[in-house]
Design a protein around this ligand. Structure first.
Ligand code: C5P
Length: 243
């Protein structure tokens, strides 16, 4: 795989407390990372400041705020997300097909108004923090969690969304059921040489890509590395190497 194709697939999770730390990560890793992911932690702390900083650097950004509300609210929020320049954002599939459908509608209206390219809108099926036990005992749902993930992914496709966020464990089944064009963005990525932290269903960058991940989310494997540039270069090398 050539470097440009690798870069496109790499998403860096800017999960840091401090805006200056986030800005430093953007500055140093911009040549290697296709998309910077701004999650709730950073967004609630620094909102548009970090978003505008990423935009100034001409990099893509993924607003990972997992919208889940009544359709009207989600539609208007999606409009504003695009107005502010996101290239990716996500919603909870458990918000229902209509909510997902109008997320896209709101986003496309903003694209037309502000002359922007359509974004990639992804659905979160089941949070990986929800176990089978929680599903049954707290959410009173006895469906097998893997079955539920596939059914929610089908709903996302029906609603016109582009894909889902899914762990490496679910990757192959989703591609098989929903088709290769249905985008899968995979977190829980750990190169063989990095620490696992609290992630349970992990994959290496290379194995996730071989299994079909369109985008992989790199977080602490890079942000906590002693030498971040060396770590990212190692990941490029591993992905490029023949099997
Ligand atoms: O540091 P680490 O690589 O574990 O970061 C993974 C990123 O992916 C975090 O931003 C986390 O919120 C996100 N994520 C996840 N599992 C999901 C969905 C998102 O780890 N199911």
């Amino acid at each position: 795989m050539i470097d440009k194709e690798i870069k496109k697939r790499l998403v860096l999770a800017l999960d840091v407390e401090d805006i200056n730390e986030a800005k430093e990560l953007v500055d140093s890793l911009n040549p290697y990372i296709g998309t910077f992911k701004v999650g709730l932690q950073l967004f609630c702390g620094y909102g548009l400041e970090i978003i505008n900083y990423i935009k100034e650097k001409n990099s893509n950004f993924f607003l990972d705020v997992k919208l889940h509300d009544i359709p009207n609210t989600v539609e208007k929020a999606s409009y504003n997300i695009i107005k502010n320049g996101a290239n990716f954002f996500n919603v909870h599939a458990t918000g229902g097909i209509e909510m997902m459908r109008v997320a896209k509608k709101g986003a496309l209206e903003a694209c037309e108004k502000y002359n922007k390219k359509p974004p990639i809108i992804l659905a979160v099926t089941m949070l990986t923090s929800i176990s089978q036990e929680i599903l049954e005992n707290e959410l009173l749902n006895n469906t097998n969690i893997e079955t539920l993930v596939i059914e929610l992914a089908k709903n996302a496709k029906k609603a016109g969304l582009d894909g889902v966020v899914a762990s490496a464990r679910e990757l192959k089944a989703i591609k098989k059921e929903l088709g290769n064009d249905f985008i899968v963005l995979t977190p829980g990525i750990r190169p063989s040489w990095s620490v696992v932290d609290d992630q349970k269903r992990i994959a290496t960058p290379k194995s996730a890509i071989i299994d079909g991940a369109d985008y992989i989310v790199l977080g602490r494997a890079i942000t906590k590395a002693h030498d971040k540039i060396e770590a990212i270069k190692k990941i490029y090398q591993e992905i490029k190497e023949e099997n």
